[in-house]
Design a binder for this molecule. Structure first.
Ligand code: GDP
Ligand code: MG
Length: 153
């Protein structure tokens, strides 16, 4: 766990279509994470197959790629203390029905195939996903709020 940990968070096409972009971004901002990359992308199936390469061979894989390529996604990198694990907690479980109220999926989604958001599952996959979605790099900036969010910083 590091104070400068980075995670790749993505609002999926259903989250964009349902106008949940602002609400999802607000949750990460309000928690104290720092936004260091952001863009709206209509990804190709080939790009999405790379992103989800670990799931190739699953029965739901073709449907997943079709869903993810059906419209634009919001690609983001958020940085801060324990960003990967805490980001996953903020998202909820893969199946929205198993997600606690108060999590993004628990508040806004019902179906595993329309679960609104993605978050990296480890620091290693976060770094891979950040490189895949942001080959141009991220934005380094100093947050004046940081001493109010993190002790001894
Ligand atoms: P995540 O890390 O919580 O997003 O879950 P996974 O990495 O296991 O799966 C990636 C995405 O594939 C999920 O977010 C779902 O959108 C989709 N998915 C996973 N399991 C299933 C399933 O059993 N059925 C369907 N339709 N989609 C699934
Ligand atoms: Mg995953």
């Amino acid at each position: 766990m590091s104070v400068n940990e980075r995670t790749y968070i993505m609002i999926k096409p259903d989250g964009v279509q349902r106008n949940l972009v602002g609400k999802i971004i607000a949750r990460f901002e309000e928690r104290g994470y720092k936004l260091i990359a952001l863009k709206l992308v209509h990804a190709t199936p080939e790009h999405l197959e790379k992103h989800y390469e670990d799931l190739k061979g699953k029965g739901f894989f073709p449907g997943l790629i079709k869903y993810m390529a059906s419209g634009p996604v919001v690609a983001m990198v958020w940085q801060g203390l324990d960003a990967v694990k805490t980001g996953r907690v903020m998202l909820g479980a893969t199946n929205p029905l198993a997600s606690p109220i108060g999590s993004i999926r628990g508040d806004y989604a019902l179906s595993v195939g329309r679960n609104i958001c993605h978050g990296s599952d480890s620091v290693e996959s976060a770094e891979k996903e950040i490189a895949l979605w942001f080959p141009e790099g991220i934005v380094q900036w100093t947050s004046e709020l940081e001493p109010w969010v993190l002790e001894n910083n």
